[in-house]
Write a protein of this length. Structure first.
Lengths: 423, 263
């Protein structure tokens, strides 16, 4: 035993020497620069500079939400009617989104699929959907034709988009969230002007057919054809959009939005929307309900300011033309909307890299119902400690007295954490 | 005798040749390449030549940005960079996967960020940073210096030109710059960026002069550090430059979602 550890036997010697020699060679080769570029202090190699027509990617998200419940609220009684969840409810979500695309000479085909497994107090199950699936042809740089399912997000607001007649509901505090597209045939034309106050114009026109059980079923009845047009102008360094949307089962809608940087650290934006002949359900004083039509005017004005400490302030005032002053007169369907009230203020303060922690963003957001003065306070953190990994956490704290929007929310507070990995 | 010699000398040279010689002499003394090596250049001429050497005309190139933390941890981003005229810039993130498809547009003082999931491009400001770290959007989507700055003073320091630059308007990210420029190559070696208050915001160091593509010889590496980010460093490596003219329509908001088709 002592001999073995002290030296090599005659048979083991040559074999081990070979192994050592190979290992040393490997180490030497491994230590050598792989290419002439490695001889420099920097690696100039950029393999991404040789693009390929195919691309595959995706991301996975794991999300956990804890609902600390308040059983003395209208929201609790509405959502948990006939059940007994106790003081707490927990939601789990595992989500995979897979994307593939192929691009060649002005043609591209894109697919984004969404697969999520959710477990809540009420049920557990899978949901599969195609969020995007379209082909695009660009016969010239200023002209593109699209066919298929593609996200539409119009408007300049951060928290709300009254002119986003075709937008899906977004989460302003999770901008990375993928949103399901709309299915349409579309045309996009751009024209630039040189040395003019009007720098660019853009025309986007879309036709959105409804096919039962297949596409756009939320936009009308089978064989309905909806249409939307957006005109964009960059005029005097101001973004201006004029938006029009109409359909057999849709209110006739017009919108205008703008955004402008007044200084390198200060930007303003706004939206105005008019929707004619909107059918709403009204609750009469005797408690009965009925359908009426009305013209709804919604608007938003906001600003974004960045100070020298890398603190960003976003503030928005929103008037919801479809909102209710008194929630006791609102139908149940309205109460399920994100913000069913009439006037709101959204404020978000975010600090980039606090305490010099790189890639950490700390923020505090609040939505205030200006009629009943109830509000939702939401502090959060976003951190990307390593490439392609994003960790988010936030706590929603609704505050308000009885018979107010946020005072009647089912949660006392709602911590949430989600982790995303991109590949 | 002298007159005779002169006469004979002149007679043996054709008028055409004399004209050509005169033109050659005039061209020799007016040639920019000759003047560039002399002290006679004005500050404005030096600045314009610096711009021409760093970002010559309409082009595309790749930029690798490396953010280095005090503990040595690194994070890399690769951008595809397009420039047209003096006021149009588009960048497209090609890696990492979490940033892929994001694009930025700059038209003069206006800047936007397009995030594929968000859809609508949002306005961003020049002092923000789309990549974190020390580089701001103004550094990544920089216009030519002479477009945004006037030369306030030209002196000499450490055997280099020292240009003191003052922003033409209040919308420029840094109010004043001090730029050290190599006399022969007319490329910067160091730029200090100051706020209007006189506070030093960051210092840019230019290194590794080499051909980065299409015969363009310039510093391939720009390092930056900042007293506001003690211990942090960001590096931008430029490579694969190609001169390329694209239509104006590429540099528009509507095109941002499709700019990747041009790679």
């Amino acid at each position: 035993m002592q001999e073995k550890s002290a030296g090599l036997s005659g048979e083991e010697g040559p074999a081990l020497s070979w192994i050592v020699a190979v290992l040393v060679l490997c180490l030497m080769l491994g230590g050598l620069p792989p290419s002439p570029a490695g001889a420099s202090e920097y690696d100039f190699a950029i393999p991404e500079a040789d693009p390929v027509p195919w691309s595959f990617g995706g991301r996975v998200t794991a999300r956990y939400t804890w609902h600390r419940l308040n059983d003395d609220t209208a929201g609790f009684r509405r959502i948990y009617a006939g059940t007994d969840p106790g003081s707490n409810a927990h939601d789990f979500q595992a989500l995979a989104e897979l994307s593939a695309s192929w691009r060649k000479s002005g043609f591209q085909a894109v697919l984004l699929t969404h697969h999520d497994w959710t477990r809540t107090f009420f049920d557990t199950g899978w949901d599969h959907a195609v969020y995007e699936g379209y082909v695009s042809i660009s016969p010239a740089p200023n002209l593109t034709l699209d066919a298929g399912k593609k996200p539409v997000l119009w408007g300049t607001g951060y928290a709300w988009n009254p002119t986003g007649f075709l937008n899906r509901t977004k989460d302003p505090d999770d901008p990375g969230l993928n949103l399901e597209g709309r299915t349409f045939l579309g045309l996009d034309y751009i024209k630039s002007f040189y040395d003019s106050a009007l720098n660019n114009i853009g025309i986007t026109a879309m036709i959105l057919p409804v096919v039962d059980g297949f596409v756009n079923t939320e936009l009308g009845e089978n064989k309905d054809v909806n249409a939307a047009v957006k005109l964009y102008f960059l005029w005097h360094d101001t973004d201006i959009d004029l938006i029009w949307f109409n359909g057999p089962d849709q209110p006739h809608s017009f919108g205008i939005d703008f955004a402008k940087n007044l200084a390198p650290h200060f930007a303003v934006h706004g939206e105005l929307a008019v929707q004619k002949d909107v059918e709403i359900q009204s609750v009469k004083p005797n408690g009965s309900t009925g359908q009426i039509t009305e013209t709804q005017v919604s608007g938003l004005v906001g600003l974004r300011y960045l100070n020298t400490h890398d603190t960003t302030f976003i503030a928005e005032y929103y008037h919801n033309g479809a909102g209710y002053d008194d929630f006791r007169t609102a139908p149940a369907s309205a109460l399920q909307q994100r913000n069913p009230g009439k006037d709101y203020l959204y404020v978000k303060i975010s600090q980039k890299e606090p305490a010099e922690i790189l890639y950490l963003n700390a923020w505090m957001a609040t939505v205030i119902n200006l009629h009943d003065h109830s509000f939702n306070l939401q502090p959060g953190l976003t951190w990307t400690p390593v490439t392609n990994l994003e960790i988010n956490t936030r706590v929603g704290i609704p505050l308000g007295s009885s018979h107010t929007e946020f005072g009647e929310k089912p949660d006392r507070f709602r911590p949430e954490v989600w982790v995303r990995y991109y590949f | 005798m002298r007159h005779t010699i002169t006469f004979r000398f002149c007679r043996c040279i054709s008028p055409c040749l004399v004209t050509m010689m005169l033109i050659s002499v005039v061209l020799f003394f007016s040639s920019p390449s000759v003047v560039s090596a002399e002290q006679a250049l004005t500050g404005a001429q030096i600045l314009k030549q610096v711009d021409e050497n760093l970002q010559p005309g309409n082009l595309e190139m790749y930029r690798k940005i490396i953010n280095i933390e005090p503990d040595g941890k690194k994070k890399e981003f690769v951008l595809w960079f397009l420039k047209k005229d003096m006021d149009k810039i588009v960048t497209l993130f090609v890696s990492p996967a979490s940033e892929e498809g994001r694009a930025t547009l700059r038209l003069g003082d206006n800047m936007w960020l397009y995030i594929p999931n968000v859809g609508k491009p949002i306005r961003i400001t020049s002092m923000q940073s789309v990549v974190g770290g020390v580089f701001s959007n103004a550094d990544i989507m920089r216009l030519d210096y002479h477009v945004e700055y006037d030369v306030a003073d030209l002196t000499e320091d450490q055997d280099q030109h020292l240009l003191e630059l003052k922003a033409k308007t209040g919308t420029v990210a840094y109010d004043r710059l001090k730029m050290w420029v190599l006399k022969e190559e007319l490329v910067p070696t160091r730029i200090e960026c100051y706020a209007a208050t006189g506070m030093l915001i960051k210092t840019l160091h230019f290194k590794d002069i080499k051909d980065i593509g299409d015969g363009v010889v310039r510093p391939a590496v720009m390092e930056t550090d900042s007293p506001l980010y003690q211990g942090y460093k960001s590096i931008m490596i430029s490579a694969n430059l190609k001169k390329r003219a694209l239509p104006d329509e590429v540099f528009t908001l509507n095109y941002l979602s499709r700019v990747k088709d041009l790679r």
